[in-house]
Design a protein around this ligand. Structure first.
Ligand code: FES
Length: 357
């Protein structure tokens, strides 16, 4: 049960088609554990059909709110998102403390450009509300893409924010499958749309002190490349990935090359909360997280797909290769961090430090 706490569902609010915001009450003794920064996420876990299923969901409330809230959109065939539709007020659920580096703190970021698509709005809503409410000098621009008006999550909350902060909150909806009166608001958020909005003076990418992108990989990559081409410094652009463009699959040639390099017998030592545990594994057949699980060692994880970073650890000794990596930044790779859910040892010993920051 390492890292998880039991919280009680305190509210359920429908948000757009097949999505709901789930409120969680945090008891006084867990307040400090659940303190969060706008933009962070929670990992929820449940036993579904006998399996331990975990998913990360961004927090859509702000640190000033009474309850924690996450936005969950039902994904076709998604085990957890389908289960979440059955949750009711009073149900109890296992929740890991907030995590994530896609954050904006009031006072540190004052003029952000937020770009979101679909359920990518959840962390972005927390950032927008937190900055507007806590910093009276902040100005927030939000570009939000959906297929149709019916699919817009948090529509009423966004409209209320617009009414409340008329001079400081610029909200632009972009719909891909429903015509709006203003032509520029039709289509997808991509490089061409950013160029058009900038040309018309509706956004001014160079003037923002932080640009936050949240949505599918194709959108975040196309927009960050265009923003860099427009002269926005790379360190001002942050992104949170919801869906990898390749669906999280590894090209067969790449997997074969990594398996070829992997060691057939490795002694792995993990350091977590100061405790050292050892197990043996065959990197040609399994990855570190699966091998640890088989050995009865619980390591932190959520997506198991290389996206959330919950399993991030630093290689203190030995070497390992990852099948995929959608979340570690280049500087983290340089500093020796890897994702345990994707790592295969390439040496006979491997020491992984989960306490390293
Ligand atoms: S568990 Fe999400 S990246 Fe490894």
């Amino acid at each position: 049960m390492s890292g998880f706490h039991t919280l009680t569902v305190s509210s359920i609010t429908p948000e757009g088609e097949a999505a709901r915001a789930i409120g969680l009450a945090v008891p006084a003794e867990l307040r400090s554990a659940f303190h969060f920064l706008p933009g962070q996420y929670l990992t929820l876990r449940a036993e579904i059909d006998g399996r331990d299923i975990r998913r990360s969901y961004s927090i859509c409330s702000t640190p000033a709110d009474e309850e924690l809230r996450v936005g969950i959109k039902q994904v076709e065939g998604g085990a957890f998102s389908t289960f979440a539709q059955t949750l009711g007020v009073g149900d109890r659920i296992e929740v890991m403390a907030p995590e994530g580096r896609f954050v904006a703190e009031a006072g540190k970021v004052r003029r952000p450009l937020l770009i979101a698509a679909g359920s990518g709005i959840t962390p972005v809503l927390s950032i927008a509300r937190a900055l507007l409410e806590a910093d009276h000098g902040s100005e927030v621009t939000l570009l939000y893409g959906n297929r149709s008006a019916a699919q817009i999550m948090f529509r009423e909350t966004l409209e209320a924010l617009k009414d409340r902060f008329l001079d400081r909150f610029n909200l632009i909806h972009v719909l891909s499958r429903e015509d709006q009166d203003v032509d520029i608001s039709n289509g997808r958020i991509d490089a061409a749309k950013l160029r058009l909005l900038a040309r018309k003076g509706l956004i001014d990418p160079g003037s923002h002190d932080g640009i936050y992108l949240c949505g599918p990989q194709a959108m975040t990559e196309a927009c960050s490349a265009e923003l860099k081409a427009m002269g926005v410094p790379e360190d001002r652009i942050r992104f949170e990935l919801f869906t990898p463009a390749d669906g999280g699959t590894v090209a067969p040639e790449r997997r074969a090359a990594i398996v070829e390099k992997a060691a057939g017998d490795t002694e792995v030592e993990t350091i977590l909360d100061g405790a050292k545990r050892k197990f043996r594994m065959n990197g040609k057949q399994e990855k570190v997280l699966d091998a640890a699980h088989r050995a009865g060692i619980e390591l932190p994880f959520s997506c198991a797909g290389g996206m959330c970073c919950t399993c991030r650890c630093r290689v203190a000794e030995g070497r390992a290769e990852m099948d995929v990596n959608y979340s570690l930044q280049p500087w983290e790779i340089e500093a020796g961090f890897i994702l345990a859910c994707q790592a295969r040892p390439t040496t006979e010993t491997l020491v992984l430090d989960f306490d390293a920051s």
